[in-house]
Design a protein around this ligand. Structure first.
Ligand code: C2E
Ligand code: CA
Ligand code: CA
Length: 553
């Protein structure tokens, strides 16, 4: 064994047993012989006895030395054991806790939940499992850095811990997800509701740090081991509880976050359907089942077609034609929105290159896409690759984008505009944009949300809101588009409001590329595809169209 190798504990223990044996033997010898030798030796030392037996006195001294040696070794050993126990305990604690917040981690939470459940069972009590997810944590991390993010996690954890009953167990499950498990009197889940409400109240207070103050909201999912499965009589164990709380949490997030739900059996079906959709979307993306549809945009005054808004559709072999309201949020959640959107754009650029050059193409961009700092660069690259003129492209962003990170959005808008791309503010009036933002952000157009436009439906009806938005647009020198123009009545009202673009079912439902080609061919607004340097020609269209007639216009 070299100096650096740790001593084999078995060898050390053996040696300790030998040392202890020697000490015990020494004590026995001392007791056996010491009785007669000791007084003799002391008397000799004091000078009033005869000469002591040297051998016996030596044996006595050796005896005492051995006892001291054994005793010291024993003390060392007990100290060593205590040290080892402490180290073991520390290692166990580290393995069981989250180093940042010092609460339990996911692994140890499973055991803690089971333990508390058994304890509650013996007392005839119930337990509730509560999952907490911070709604906008990623944003805090992205905008203020990881140190601020960590501080937020610690503060949230402390606030929750301060409100929990003594027996409750709190864990950080990972990232920005926390969970706690607590007992409550069976049949009184309202006690848990009270606790959760207090947690909401506490977390609603701004989190103050030396450099900044952060506000956040949380979504919560709850499940309990009683009351639910009385029908089946099935036992709900710790794992099932966790899974159910997770489903309730997912439901809370889908309902708009910043709220809590108790688990209900229907959530299981909801989640199953959602998972099927998710699998379907992944598969559909690989199989090219997502296609662009196009909605006409028309100049109100002249009635001429000025462009199209691309609207995504999913041609699912199982579910039929699915709208973006269903699949866009899921694609955002599972991180596929960029890929999906880029595929659709590529297709749309190819389609639109065949349209008359006067026609624009509008594309919707979700707030999630705008979080990517390289979004503008990637889009411009795609435009170049497709050989589509940026001047014909319009990007539609909603007001919620501005809520997220105005600085980033602003710089992206600027770089797109520098290349000639136009930017519209979509669904205007439904979000939070302030006059300040409207004035400072270089938009090219405002789109009036269809919920306001539909107010013009009744004959003779005026909509003060639409009029207000129109005059706001005029004041800011921003052109306007009215969405959701469904009938002549609305169109008539819009015609009195000056120069506008309009789109809606009055002009036809959104249609696929073939439909648009046929429409444009009939109107003489298709051009024969040109081969530009560095640009590959599009593959032949399925339905052959009469290009000559189209080109003659
Ligand atoms: P949006 O940008 O407000 O698009 C207009 C929506 O209103 C479309 O629904 C369209 O079909 C519908 N619509 C058009 N005219 C009328 C009308 O006269 N009456 C009524 N009631 N509705 C009308 P759609 O296609 O279901 O799109 C919903 C939303 O999904 C869009 O709202 C847009 O925000 C988003 N979206 C669509 N395509 C994409 C996409 O490729 N990427 C992203 N990120 N979002 C998309
Ligand atoms: Ca839009
Ligand atoms: Ca819209």
């Amino acid at each position: 064994m070299t100096d650096h190798e740790p001593e084999n504990p078995l060898v050390a223990a053996e040696r300790d047993i030998v040392a202890l044996g020697i000490a015990v033997a020494a004590i026995i010898m001392l007791v056996g012989t010491g009785g007669s030798v000791l007084p003799e030796a002391i008397a000799a030392l004091l000078g009033d006895g005869g000469k002591p037996n040297v051998i016996l006195v030596n044996a006595l001294l050796l005896n005492i030395a051995l006892i001291i040696f054994g005793w010291r070794r024993y003390r060392e050993l007990t100290r060593e054991i205590a040290e080892r126990r402490r180290a073991e305990a520390r290692a166990q604690l580290l393995a069981a806790t989250d180093p940042l917040t010092r609460c339990l981690n996911r692994r140890s939470m499973i055991e803690a939940t089971e333990a508390l459940r058994k304890l509650a069972e013996t007392r005839g009590e119930a337990i509730a499992y509560c999952m907490i997810d911070l709604d906008n944590f990623k944003q805090i991390n992205d905008m203020h850095g990881h140190a601020a993010g960590d501080a937020v996690l610690v503060m949230v954890c402390d606030r929750v811990r301060a409100l929990l009953p003594r027996e409750a167990q709190l864990a950080r499950l990972g990232g920005d997800e926390f969970a706690f498990v607590t007992t409550f009197p069976t049949g009184h889940p309202e006690r848990v509701d009270d606790l959760v409400v207090r947690i909401y109240e506490s977390l609603a207070q701004p989190l103050r740090m030396p450099e900044l103050t952060v506000e956040l909201t949380v979504s919560i999912g709850l499940a309990c081991d009683h009351d639910i499965d009385r029908a089946t009589g099935a036992e709900v164990d710790g794992n099932a509880l966790m899974h159910r709380a997770d489903m309730a949490l997912y439901h809370a997030k889908k309902q708009g976050r910043n709220r809590y739900f108790w688990f209900e059996p229907s959530m299981e079906n909801e989640l199953r359907f959602r998972n099927q959709l998710e699998t379907g979307i992944r598969r559909g993306l690989a199989r090219g089942e997502f296609v662009p549809f196009y909605e006409q945009q028309v100049d109100v005054e002249s009635g001429t077609l000025v462009g199209f808004e691309m609207l995504a559709r999913w041609r699912s072999p199982q579910l039929g034609l699915i709208g973006p309201d269903i699949f866009v949020p899921i694609a955002e959640e599972i991180g596929l929105i960029n890929e999906l959107s880029e595929r659709l754009m590529e297709q749309a650029f190819r389609d639109a290159r065949e349209w008359d050059e006067s026609l624009t193409l509008s594309i919707n961009i979700s707030p999630v896409q705008l979080r990517d700092p390289w979004f503008a660069q990637r889009l411009l690259k795609r435009l170049v690759a497709a050989g589509f003129p940026p001047q014909r492209l319009e990007i539609e962003i909603t007001e919620s984008c501005l809520h997220e990170n105005v600085g980033l959005v602003r710089s992206m808008i600027m770089s797109l505009r520098n290349q000639g791309v136009q930017i519209s503010l979509d669904d205007f009036g439904t979000g939070y944009s302030s006059f300040e933002q409207l004035r400072n952000l270089p938009f090219d157009r405002i789109k009036i949300d269809r919920s306001f436009v539909s107010e013009l439906k009744e004959p003779g009806q005026r909509s003060r809101l639409v009029e207000a938005i129109v005059s706001l647009g005029r004041g800011l020198d921003l052109p306007l588009t009215a969405e959701g123009v469904e009938d002549e009545e609305i169109l008539k009202a819009l015609k009195t409001m000056g120069r506008l673009k309009a789109q809606g079912y009055l002009y036809g439902l959104p249609e696929d590329a073939e439909g648009v080609r046929a429409r444009l061919a009939a109107a003489g607004k298709l051009i024969t595809p040109r081969t530009e340097p560095g640009v590959t020609t599009r593959p032949a269209a399925k339905a052959p169209l009469p290009p000559h007639r189209a080109a003659q216009g």
